[in-house]
Design a protein. Sequence first.
Length: 149
Amino acid sequence: MKALLIGTLLLTGGMLMAQSPVQDKSDGQELIDNFFTYYKQRGPEIALKYAFSTNKWINNASGDETLNISMRLTKLVSTMGDYIGYEEIRSSRVGSRLRFVTFFVYYERDPLRFIIELYKTNSGWEITHVDFDTKFEEEIEESMKFNGR
């Protein structure tokens, strides 16, 4: 009787597993971790080069645009003081292949906001866009207001 019960449980469990689709738990987090490791250890310019290298479409594009982004970031952080660290503020997925992640990158003077967009192609995750700014205070204040006043 015990053998029959165990056999039934194994058979039922196997059938349930066969019916469940395998979920891909990957979300591109490794790319983000690598980006911020480069950012901390080798600076923002190298981190951006890494981000662009993950995407063959950006990597093959004109170097002028990527150079402009890199120069703009390097110039901005040169006025910010020492790098302190970073913190993920929000992550949003749109479907199974698109992810937007917002970070604060902290410096002595002020934080920067980074938004990193990731896209999962057939060959894996890549960074499709990196944006940064310091003009987010109004957005934060607006989001903190109570609705329905």
